[in-house]
Write a protein that binds this ligand. Structure first.
Ligand SMILES: [Zn+2]
Length: 333
């Protein structure tokens, strides 16, 4: 038996499992071009493809050290149940973050009204599914949707996840429609609180970061996807200075490796700050596990085992630092 070390399992706080099928494809010159290919794929998927495909993706996550996942799901109600079944078959802890889509996107994303959305959510809860609310974005949810979902999440103490400030165009459109930046709009509509996770926040300004800190909200950074889509650099140091909790997600699943997400996160911070050790190794591992679990409202989730005899760790004095800075997900057994 190889010598191993137990660590809290990594928590993938933001996944769209179906986008795994776009791995290795390079069409679309920017986020919006990529989004066209993504929508085409989303439109074509059957419930059975979700059931089978997601199980494979969740098995890949487990092999890579993720033992829990927040699936930000916008493919429809029957497909949500298929995702839950896939996770159960694979053996990964799943929180279904049911996306609310009021406008834009494609037909299968949209519920028609906040009331219809909440019916779908309650139906999942009644079936024993662990859920969170996920107003997709300020692009996809009008103001009244945000208000109603924010109220419901606060009243029920459920996680609320929302994409915001990923792309400059989204911010310009939000300013034109509401006279507010996306995170300002989330604050005004009651969507920012201690159970809130804002996904990306790549282009959030100082005032928006202050609002996140005041609300006790978290940010989910998805470095490999943000790099792949040319989103920009997460403001890691600014988040840490304000004490904002950070978790990570594999998002589009172009890569599934929590160590790579954490290494990228610290790499971005170092490049921007011009120094080393912006975030400590223990904090990075906490971002990868505990903060993700807190973002999903999980109190317990399985551990992961590190193969201490793996060649990536040979000669390494500090195993934890060796993991984050010198290893890939194949060190997990
Ligand atoms: Zn996303």
């Amino acid at each position: 038996m190889a010598e191993t070390l137990s660590l809290p399992g990594f928590v993938n706080a933001h996944s769209h499992a179906f986008q795994r099928a776009l791995r290795g494809r390079t069409e679309g010159d920017d986020f919006w071009g990529w989004r066209d290919a993504m929508l085409e794929l989303a439109e074509s998927l059957t419930v059975e493809q979700v059931r089978v495909g997601y199980e494979q993706v969740y098995r890949e996550m487990l092999n890579a050290g993720y033992t829990a996942v927040g699936e930000f799901h916008y493919l429809g109600a029957a497909e949500a149940h298929a995702a839950v079944e896939a996770a159960s078959e694979a053996g990964i802890e799943l929180v279904l973050l049911l996306a609310a889509y009021g406008r834009g996107g494609i037909d299968r994303f949209r519920q028609g009204s906040p009331a219809r959305y909440l019916e779908q959510l309650e139906e999942l809860r009644a079936a024993g599914v662990r859920v969170g609310l996920a107003p997709h974005s300020v692009r996809a949810c009008p103001r009244d949707w945000l208000e109603e979902l924010g109220r419901y999440a606060a009243a029920e103490s459920l996680p609320l996840h929302v994409h915001a400030c990923e792309q400059p165009r989204e911010i310009e459109e939000c300013l034109a429609e509401h006279g507010l930046r996306p995170i300002e709009l989330l604050a005004e509509t009651g969507c920012l609180g201690p159970h809130t996770t804002v996904v990306h926040a790549t282009h959030a300004d100082a005032r928006e970061l202050d609002l996140l800190a005041e609300a006790g909200a978290r940010i989910c950074v998805c470095p490999t996807t943000e790099a792949n889509l040319g989103d920009g650099f997460a403001p890691v140091q600014e988040l840490c200075e304000r004490g904002i909790g950070i978790c990570v997600g594999s998002d589009s699943n172009v890569r599934i490796d929590p160590l790579e997400e954490l290494r990228e996160l610290e790499g971005i911070a170092r490049r921007r700050a011009g120094r080393r050790n912006v975030v400590s190794v223990s904090s990075l591992l906490c971002f990868g596990a505990d903060e993700g679990a807190a973002a999903l409202g999980l109190e317990q989730w399985p551990d992961v085992e590190v193969d201490l005899e793996h060649r990536s760790l040979a000669g390494v004095e500090d195993v934890h630092a060796g993991l984050v800075f010198g290893s890939s997900a194949d060190v997990f057994v």
